[in-house]
Design a protein. Structure first.
Length: 137
């Protein structure tokens, strides 16, 4: 199993909207950055992803699970980019802010800090566990 972080602006797609999709989940679409799209292509069924509210909030608020691997993004008219389907797993007891992540020396190399504009990024197991602890799971 691999771990990931998915960013979404909460006024476009929030963790609460994700929860409402239930067990069928929702397509994670609209990704138009090649590096982020390549990360989507690497995802496997059962992989877990942090759900990050970007721009408004700037915090990790929950966890989703990949339930369908990469397929052609239905929102891409040129059919060059992919989407995955994810379903809600859980909310963090306490959201983990970008500010708190930046203050943790053990997370200094995380892509969220190094490549702040990337919307889909891998998270190594060590960082995953640290962030889970920060979120009190």
């Amino acid at each position: 199993m691999q771990y990931w972080l998915l960013k979404s602006e909460p006024n476009v797609w929030s963790i609460d909207q994700q929860i409402k999709t239930g067990s069928k989940g929702a397509d994670w679409d609209g990704v138009r950055n090649h590096q982020a799209a390549n990360n989507l292509k690497k995802m496997k069924k059962g992989d877990l992803c942090f759900f990050y509210h970007s721009n408004i909030g700037k915090e990790i608020v929950g966890i989703v699970e990949v339930v369908k691997t990469a397929f052609i993004d239905p929102t891409d008219k040129q059919k060059r980019f992919v989407a995955v389907r994810v379903k809600y797993k859980s909310k963090l007891k306490m959201a983990v802010s970008l500010e708190n992540i930046k203050q943790n020396k053990e997370l200094k190399d995380i892509a969220l800090i190094r490549q702040s504009r990337l919307s889909v990024m891998p998270i190594d197991t060590k960082c995953w566990k640290i962030i889970l602890k920060m979120g009190s799971i």
